[in-house]
Design a protein. Structure first.
Length: 178
């Protein structure tokens, strides 16, 4: 059994069932998917740079990214319609568990001046949004690769922010005390 799944079953589920009442085991909150977004900006003009950034995302997530293209032209930003402006990866199952294990045990503790996640990063539907400024906190990223910022979204099936926060805390995410 994956260590992250084991933590969910042995720590998160008992903590959630102790604080909240559930009529069925299917109503207990859980993380459904992780979405990693990356905007590439000016690099969209250079195909070699785009491939290098795609390789970086593949190293971090273990999966090839999907390119996102501009729907309309914006002359002020020098963006043409159909130009690659970013990439994203959606992780589920085993790859999601691997990424979350790496994020909670290795990457976030390596963040410079990390004092915890802000509780306001949890939305009303229970999703957690993380902005990672430096991709070098992941062990797969070497010094030669240029550093890029990532947007990581954890989509959870919860009923409230309180349920979501307890779920994330019991899975190893550290929040600031407000």
């Amino acid at each position: 059994m994956h260590p992250f799944v084991q933590t969910y079953q042995t720590v998160a589920v008992p903590a959630l069932t102790k604080q909240f009442t559930y009529t069925s085991t299917y109503t207990i909150p859980k993380i459904e998917k992780v979405v990693i977004n990356l905007g590439i900006g000016e690099a969209g003009n250079n195909s070699g740079t785009v491939e290098q950034i795609a390789g970086l995302v593949k190293k971090i997530s273990g999966q090839n990214p999907i390119y996102t293209k501009a729907r309309i032209a914006v002359s002020g930003f020098k963006i043409r319609q159909g130009m690659i402006v970013g990439m994203k990866v959606t992780l589920r199952g085993e790859r999601m568990n691997d990424f979350l294990q790496k994020l909670t045990t290795i990457a976030l503790p390596r963040t410079r001046d990390f004092r915890g996640l802000t509780p306001t990063s949890i939305t009303a539907d229970g999703s957690l949004h993380l902005g990672i400024k430096d991709s070098m906190i992941f062990p797969e990223v070497s010094q030669e690769n240029s550093s890029h910022s990532l947007q990581v979204t954890l989509v959870a099936k919860t009923q409230s922010k309180e349920e979501a926060r307890l779920l994330y805390e019991s899975l190893g995410f550290i929040f600031q005390n407000n």
